[in-house]
Design a protein around this ligand. Structure first.
Ligand SMILES: Nc1ncnc2c1ncn2[C@@H]1O[C@H](COP(=O)(O)OP(=O)(O)OP(=O)(O)O)[C@@H](O)[C@H]1O
Ligand SMILES: [Mg+2]
Length: 262
C-alpha cells in the first residue's frame, strides 16, 4: 500500500481556525472513503476535545510526549484513540512540557516524522493540527507533513502572519534540505465586509499557485465541535461542508493519485 499523504494544518497566529479546518478536512476525507489518522500536537488539546476525547487529554503516561521522546517505549494502542470518523493521536496535558523536553534532544524536529512512520500503516491521510506558535512542536509538524493547509482570517493581520510563516518555512527547508509546499489556503470566518473582500483579493495575489478555499462564518462549526465530530456527522445541513468536500477532492487529485501512479 502507498504511504499516506501527510497534511500539516498550520499558522502561528492564534484562533484563525486551524483546529476547525483540521477536524472538518479530516471529516471530508473520511466522507470520501479515505482512512484518516488525525494527530493533535497542540498542547492545548483543542482538537482532542473537539473530537470528544477529553479523557485522552487527561490520561496518565505513556502519552504523545513519551512517544515523541522515545517511540520504542510506547505502543500505538497507548496513544491512538478511536473516533467514528478517524483514528486520533490525542494530545495530552503533558505536551505542555514538549518544548523543553525536546529542545535538548537530538534531531528534536524529526520526532513526529519518526513516530508517524511507525503508526501510519494502512491510512490514506495523516492530518496534523499544529499549535499557534513557531518552535520545536510546529517544526515537527512541518518536517513530518510537508503539505501545508494554511487557515487564515480574511483580515489585514493575516498578511504579516502568512509572510512570517513562509519565511519560517523557507528557513526550515534550507536547514533540512526538504521541500514544504502550501497545498491549500483556507480563508476562514468570512463575513460580508469590504475588508474581507480586499483580503480575499490579497490572498489571490500572494498565492497565485495555491488553491484558495472560502469558509464563511457559521455557528454550525462550533456546534459540531461541542458534539465531538466534524460537520459531516452533523444532523443539520451545513453549506460549508461542500467547500471542505471540494478541498478533499482536490487534495486527492494532487496527493493520493500522484502516489498511486508513482
Ligand atoms: N468558519 C467559522 N465560523 C464560525 N466560527 C468559527 C469558524 N472557524 C473557527 N471558528 C471558531 O473560532 C474559534 C477559533 O477556532 P479554532 O480553535 O479552530 O482556531 P485555531 O487556529 O485552532 O486556534 P489556536 O490557535 O488556539 O489553536 C473557535 O471557537 C471556533 O469554533
Ligand atoms: Mg487549534
Amino acid at each position: 500500500m502507498a504511504e499516506p499523504a501527510r497534511l500539516c494544518v498550520t499558522n502561528q497566529k492564534g484562533g484563525v481556525g486551524k483546529t476547525t479546518v483540521a477536524i472538518n478536512l479530516a471529516g471530508a476525507l473520511n466522507d470520501r472513503g479515505q482512512d484518516v489518522l488525525f494527530v493533535d500536537i497542540d498542547p492545548q488539546g483543542n482538537a482532542t476535545e473537539g473530537l470528544g476525547l477529553l479523557e485522552a487529554y487527561d490520561a496518565e503516561p505513556p502519552t504523545l510526549l513519551d512517544a515523541l521522546v522515545d517511540p520504542d517505549d510506547v505502543s500505538a494502542e497507548e496513544i491512538v484513540y478511536d473516533h467514528p470518523e478517524m483514528d486520533v493521536v490525542a494530545s495530552n496535558v503533558d505536551m505542555n512540557a514538549a518544548s523543553s523536553a525536546l529542545s535538548s534532544a537530538e534531531n528534536a524536529e524529526m520526532r513526529l516524522d519518526r513516530l508517524l512512520s511507525q503508526l501510519e500503516d494502512g491510512y490514506d491521510y495523516v492530518v496534523v493540527d499544529c499549535p499557534p506558535h513557531l518552535g520545536v512542536i510546529t517544526d515537527n509538524g512541518l518536517y513530518a507533513a510537508r503539505n501545508l493547509v494554511i487557515p487564515a482570517l480574511a483580515e489585514p493581520t493575516s498578511k504579516r502572519s502568512i509572510e512570517l510563516l513562509f519565511d519560517y518555512v523557507g528557513a526550515l527547508e534550507m536547514d533540512h534540505d526538504v521541500t514544504i509546499e502550501p497545498c491549500a489556503l483556507v480563508a476562514n470566518r468570512i463575513e460580508n465586509t469590504n475588508a474581507a473582500a480586499e483580503m480575499l483579493a490579497w490572498f489571490d495575489d500572494a498565492l497565485p499557485e495555491t488553491p484558495i478555499y472560502r469558509i464563511r462564518k457559521r455557528v454550525a462549526f462550533q456546534r459540531a465541535f461541542t458534539d465531538g465530530h466534524s460537520v459531516f456527522e452533523a444532523d443539520e445541513e451545513i453549506d460549508m461542508s461542500e467547500v471542505f468536500a471540494s478541498m478533499a477532492t482536490k487534495l486527492d487529485e494532487r496527493l493520493a493519485k500522484e502516489e498511486v501512479s508513482a
